[in-house]
Design a protein around this ligand. Structure first.
Ligand code: ZN
Ligand code: ZN
Length: 146
């Protein structure tokens, strides 16, 4: 990544942290920028390795950062895969819709199409007497892998 792109990402990450009311530490900025530039989910283990290339950081700090980011709605944990950046950080939303590519492991978070959440509630959850709010994951092949 060139210096200008990197500086832009750092600035963006600092603004995201500020608006979420989180302290702007170097490790937090590093985790956010890594997730921002990853198309695929990153595990805590992998994030620790990548941040360690930039600075000295212990694994516990990485876990704490990930917990704080999840609580603030800046990132999501995709089951069995790892962490992804939220496509709309700071906006209230209780459930998410993911398109997961089975070939390249990329995860795209998309907004709910009009009426779909209500349809799922009425046609899937209510008949099953199931109380749930997502996330909903659709697996398949992404545009690059098709
Ligand atoms: Zn999100
Ligand atoms: Zn793919």
């Amino acid at each position: 990544m060139n210096q200008v792109a990197r500086a832009k990402q750092v600035k963006w990450a600092r603004e995201i942290l500020k608006s979420a009311g989180l302290r702007q530490t170097e490790a937090r900025v590093a985790v956010l920028t890594i997730l921002f530039s990853s198309r695929t989910p990153q595990t805590a283990f992998e994030l620790h390795r990548l941040v360690s290339e930039q600075m000295k950081v212990d694994r516990v700090s990485i876990y704490r950062i990930l917990t704080a980011f999840r609580r603030a709605g800046l990132i999501h944990h995709v089951a069995d895969k790892g962490f992804v950046i939220c496509s709309h950080p700071g906006q209230e939303e209780d459930a998410h819709l993911y398109l997961i590519c089975e070939d390249c492991d990329s995860v795209e978070e998309i907004g709910w199409p009009n009426g779909l959440r209500e349809s799922i509630r009425r046609q899937v959850l209510m008949p099953a007497h199931f109380n749930g709010a997502g996330p909903v994951q659709i697996t398949g092949l992404c545009a690059r892998c098709r």
